[in-house]
Design a protein around this ligand. Structure first.
Ligand SMILES: [Zn+2]
Length: 342
């Protein structure tokens, strides 16, 4: 039973995580989500069906995370909150918010693999892609996308999952979770030289996972031509050859030119173009596509970019092709082309 253009998962608990209680001026605010929802409400949610993001079971979190990590976050939250590192905070309601963020991603994976929709989006926070197996970091408590991917493989019978991370920061937590795995292809385009400092082109995974990690760092100032070029000519040819059964996107919007935390120059419509490319690849493969919110710290730009992404995931406009960038695309091709037909 397919309902409308797509399914959107959210929960009011995700608004109750507010790191400003411990660090005034922290960029990860509930207002980020409120801006997204206000913009979508003004457009009648583009016809998307809104569904509640359920709380994850602890057993779902433990598909990726250690029991110790889950308990540390839970106990810190129950004790009233505290700092995990200079960027990452837990408040009294943060554990509940994080359960709904990860649970929404899992429920989206379930609904998509059950054929209830072709595309989905989780408008949840805290974000997840920096969270490692045994450590919260970079505003992230639990790795929502990694938990959803593992849940799909272990509980839903999904064979292979392709994860694209287009947040401007490297998805170190997701990369580490699947570094030695060949049933998850992880590809990240990110600004090099900024937080968290990982994600070099030469890091292609290890052991049985060698070749199944694609890291594409780009310089500060990079704009749509380079991002689209790497997506079209490096990432998606590899993803097509991988033949995933499920496509997940760690959808951060902090590569936007207005974002205060990084120095890339994507426009609002650049995210729509990336979404169209991924949408077309997923459709060709017959795989459903679900995106989970990561970063994006200029609330107005974030809201417009999410709206543009949702519209693009469900429209039929052709994706705009970008020429191979002469230096960076060919350098990436020499590394990634050893493993995939580009
Ligand atoms: Zn980010």
């Amino acid at each position: 039973m397919r309902s409308g253009p797509g399914i959107y998962f959210h929960h009011p608990a995700c608004l109750s995580h507010d790191p400003r209680a411990q660090m005034p001026g922290h960029p990860d605010t509930p207002e980020r989500l409120m801006a997204i929802e206000d913009a979508l409400t003004a457009r009648e949610w583009l016809g998307w069906e809104r569904l509640p993001a359920p709380a994850a079971q602890e057993s779902q979190l433990e598909l990726v995370h250690t029991r110790g990590h889950v308990l540390r976050v839970k106990e810190m939250s129950q004790a009233g909150g505290g700092a995990i590192d200079p960027d990452t905070f837990v408040g009294e309601l943060s554990y509940l918010a994080a359960l709904h963020a990860a649970g929404g991603a899992c429920e989206m994976a379930r609904a998509l693999t059950a054929g209830e929709a072709d595309v989905g989006f989780c408008g949840v926070r805290p974000s997840g892609h920096h969270a490692e197996v045994d450590r919260a970091m970079g505003f992230c408590l639990f790795n929502n996308v990694a938990v959803a991917a593992e849940f799909a493989i272990r509980e839903l019978g999904t064979g292979r999952v392709f994860i694209l991370d287009w947040d401007v920061h490297h998805g170190n937590g997701t990369a580490e979770a699947f570094r030695r795995r060949s049933d998850v292809l992880f590809a990240s385009i990110h600004q090099g030289g900024i937080y968290p400092g990982t994600g070099s082109l030469a890091d292609v995974g290890s052991g049985p996972g060698e070749g199944y990690t694609i890291n594409l760092p780009v310089p500060a100032g990079s704009g749509e031509e380079l991002w689209l070029s790497l997506l079209e000519h490096i990432v998606l040819p590899a993803a097509r050859a991988f033949e995933p059964d499920l496509v997940l996107v760690s959808a951060g919007f902090d590569a936007h030119r207005e974002d205060p935390l990084a120095g890339c120059r994507l426009e609002t419509d650049s995210f729509a173009e990336m979404a169209r490319h991924v949408r077309d690849a997923a459709a060709t493969l017959g795989a459903p596509l679900g995106a989970v919110l990561e970063g994006g710290y200029a609330p107005a730009a974030l809201a417009q970019s999410v709206q543009a992404t949702l519209a693009a995931l469900a429209d039929e406009a052709p994706a705009r092709s970008a020429a191979p960038e002469p230096i960076l695309t060919s350098r990436a091709a020499t590394h990634i082309g050893r493993y995939w037909p580009l």
